[in-house]
Design a binder for this molecule. Structure first.
Ligand code: G3H
Ligand code: 13P
Ligand code: ZN
Length: 335
């Protein structure tokens, strides 16, 4: 669909490369990267981004590609593209293994892939990432790679233990130099899912700053940092779900949304959000069927969900600072 170049279809439909979005946003705001699995989520996502005038990144996980079929998701995205000609977005593989990265690179549909070999030792991670980078770059596709251990960092552990879990800025520079990856998923204290932190924790801004400064000192161009596990897990959402029959642990806690923009100013350019959207789905459907126990048509709650999801996305884009930037992005991308 797009191999390193912007593809402008019809009047204004615009899929851009992830690299182009990074170029416009770096140091100013973060682009929301939202996972999708079905039609309702896709429509809510496009509507929310057009309403808030924000560019975005669609993320497809291995699980999403298997849930219905990867071809189904591709068709849904292509249709949404036609339904929302104003939208400006990139398509990205989330948490790929080597085989899935190659499948996406060869498909011609993706703007970027993530190779997640962070569980492997440093040198092995570099070896795998480098192979994917070589194959992706040959087709004009950019690569996100992960270094460090994503996970909540308990408050009561020692400073040394804390930093063993977080990305080491010196290692990050070596990793990027040896792999040539285009963006770095760094461990800055967040984790996936609804139970991220205990106590009063926040993002490790010193790690983000450390990476930015060491990259500059090494004479490299600025590297966009990707924040995984960025859902904020709103307390109100957890309470509504539980009031409607859910049994989520009330200690569920996420990233403070007010920290998105300060992190973006330091170089966090892609912010991955999935769990918060799942909470919206769960709240809408639990409340709907609690209030209408005789109902069994899934379309009425589906419609509510699309509206609520669009509002949720527009709200997030506001917090990320990407809302209202569409004209500037379109201009920079040549549209
Ligand atoms: O980081 C993982 C994303 O939330 C995607 O989750 O693998 O269950 O689709 P998934
Ligand atoms: P959350 O679980 O915080 O939404 O993180 C999603 C993510 O990192 C997808 O890659
Ligand atoms: Zn992730």
């Amino acid at each position: 669909m797009h191999k390193g170049k912007i593809s402008i279809l019809l009047l204004a439909i615009m899929i851009v490369t992830t690299a182009q979005l990074y170029q416009v946003a770096y140091g100013k705001y973060a682009v929301g990267a939202y996972n999708i699995n079905n039609i309702e989520q896709t429509i809510g996502l496009f509507r929310g981004c057009v309403d808030s005038q924000a560019p975005f990144i669609i993320q497809l996980s291995k699980g999403a590609r298997k849930y219905t079929d990867k071809r189904m998701l591709e068709a849904v995205i292509r249709t949404a593209e036609e339904m929302f000609p104003e939208a400006v977005f990139a398509v990205h593989l989330d948490h790929g293994d080597e085989e899935t990265c190659y499948d996406c690179i060869d498909s011609g549909f993706y703007s970027s892939v993530m190779i997640d070999a962070s569980h492997d030792p440093f040198d092995k991670n570099i070896e795998i990432t480098k192979r994917v980078v070589d194959r992706a770059h040959a087709k004009g596709i950019s690569v996100e790679a992960e270094l460090g251990m994503l996970g909540g960092v308990e408050e009561d552990i020692s400073v040394d233990e804390k930093h063993a879990c977080l990305t080491n800025p010196d290692e990050a520079v070596e990793f990027m130099q040896r792999t040539g990856c285009d963006s770095l998923a760094a461990a800055i204290g967040t984790s996936h899912g609804a139970y991220k932190f205990k106590g009063q924790q926040s993002l490790h801004f010193e790690v983000i700053e450390g990476i930015r400064d060491k990259v500059a000192a090494a004479g490299m161009k600025p590297v966009p940092i990707v924040m995984h596990g960025s859902s904020s897990v709103p307390q109100s959402e957890v309470e509504r779900i539980n009031a409607a029959g859910g049994k989520l642990d009330p200690s569920a806690r996420g990233v403070n949304e007010e920290e998105y923009l300060p992190a973006a100013k330091l170089g966090v350019t892609k912010v991955n959000i999935d769990t918060d959207g799942r909470l919206v789905w769960t709240r809408v459907h639990r409340e709907f069927f609690r209030d209408k126990p005789t109902e069994f048509d899934f379309r009425p709650p589906g419609k509510i969900f699309m509206d609520e999801y669009a509002k949720f996305i527009a709200h997030k884009n506001g917090k990320l600072g990407s809302a209202g930037t569409l004209p500037e992005v379109r201009k920079a991308a040549g549209g």
